[in-house]
Design a protein around this ligand. Structure first.
Ligand SMILES: [Zn+2]
Length: 164
């Protein structure tokens, strides 16, 4: 297997609406904020985007297929889901090489939490902090994200398949 046969990239995006009341969880990190995300699980928009990017790169079923909207998955921790995704990748002999992501939010401010978010993602996906990045962006008050109706996250992941 040549290097180009072993390396794949995956891209994904996710968005959730705000609902009143905390805690707000982004990338497994709890933010002191008076709103949280609507969603069947804990609505962790960043972890959802990263998991789907990783699964796409690994050519595995997507998040909605792995964790359907059943009672069992209601309110489920996305950190637990990310650890399960990471476990399934290892079983398939697939290693995550790199993750990059952007959180689009008018509020709360993401940038002061960048290092905490990187550490959290690195722990979830069992890779080194230097291989994970998270940036925060606003939409300059334009559209639903800019009007603080919700948060969007985008992610890319690079994975390597085992093989000679
Ligand atoms: Zn989601």
């Amino acid at each position: 297997m040549t290097l180009s046969d072993k390396i794949s990239i995956g891209l994904s995006v996710d968005a959730h609406k705000f609902k009143p009341g905390g805690p707000l969880i982004i990338g497994g990190v709890e933010f002191d904020f008076d709103q949280s995300m609507e969603g069947h699980s804990d609505g962790d928009v960043l972890l959802h985007a990263v998991m789907d990017a990783v699964l796409s790169a690994a050519d595995l079923p997507d998040l909605g297929t792995l964790f359907p909207e059943t009672d069992e998955n209601a309110g489920r921790s996305s950190v637990d889901m990310a650890r399960e995704v990471t476990r399934q990748l290892k079983v398939q002999g697939i290693r995550i090489l790199s993750i990059d992501s952007v959180v689009l939010a008018q509020a709360p401010k993401i940038s002061p939490f960048r290092s905490q978010l990187r550490e959290s993602l690195a722990a979830c996906f069992d890779i080194s902090v230097s291989r994970v990045n998270v940036k925060g962006k606003t939409f300059d008050h334009m559209g639903p994200i800019g009007n603080a109706e919700g948060i969007e996250a985008r992610a890319v992941a690079l994975v390597e398949r085992a093989g000679a």
